[in-house]
Design a protein around this ligand. Structure first.
Ligand code: 5GP
Length: 193
């Protein structure tokens, strides 16, 4: 998606350790018009698929998923939580994943009330790196007996391999910008053609 690539090139910052900072428009300050265009792009890609629910993970996925849902007939958005809370009552689907940016393990939790057999799920998230977060969300869908119809990602760091692994497994993965390489010293980002 040209518009997203241009924003990354213009406003993104490459940090040491292969971290791209896009907090000016994606995961601190939110550009809602851009989110809307991203939702339209996913709706075009996944047209013809039945989506009954969008699943994402807190925090940055929530805003993107909620705007995107309006392009999928206002389906509900469920976000996985990363910490236990007294507000999380009843049975839960739980797994644990390793966070690339925080370099530590955390739980991924969804109440059994909100993920069901018979759900046709579109997973949406802001970033795809090694694929840990998505592996956790996919596992919860499998536990629930729900079908993962597709995965929509804003920014895939292609050089970290998570996306290619998911494609090899047969998932319909639509990443709107795929980064092939980036350099913290020069600040340059190269996109997959
Ligand atoms: P993965 O689990 O695929 O290795 O990493 C994906 C998760 O880590 C995303 O949910 C995102 O929150 C975070 N993440 C991974 N790489 C980056 C990055 O370069 N920049 C930012 N802002 N978040 C990242």
């Amino acid at each position: 998606m040209k518009e997203l690539e241009e924003r990354i090139a213009r406003e993104g910052t490459v940090k040491p350790g292969n971290v791209l900072k896009v907090d000016a428009f994606l995961n601190h300050q939110c550009d809602v018009a851009l989110f809307n265009a991203m939702g339209a792009a996913w709706a075009e890609h996944f047209a013809g698929k039945t989506i009954t629910k969008i699943l994402t993970i807190e925090a940055s996925g929530i805003g993107i998923a909620c705007i995107a849902a309006q392009h999928f007939g206002d389906v509900p958005v469920v976000f996985a939580k990363k910490a236990q809370s007294i507000n999380l009552d009843g049975d839960q689907y739980v797994t644990r994943v390793f966070s690339f940016t925080k370099q530590k393990e955390f739980p991924v939790i969804v109440s059994k009330k909100f993920l069901n057999a018979g759900d046709h799920i579109l997973i949406i998230d802001d970033f795809l790196a090694n694929g840990q977060a998505l592996a956790g969300l996919i596992e919860l869908c499998e536990d629930a007996g729900a079908t993962v119809e597709g995965i929509g990602i804003a920014i895939e760091k292609g050089f970290q391999g998570g996306g290619d692994g998911l494609r090899a497994e047969g998932y319909d993965l639509d990443s709107l910008a795929i980064i092939d390489s980036m350099d913290a010293e020069t600040g340059t980002v190269a996109f997959r053609a």
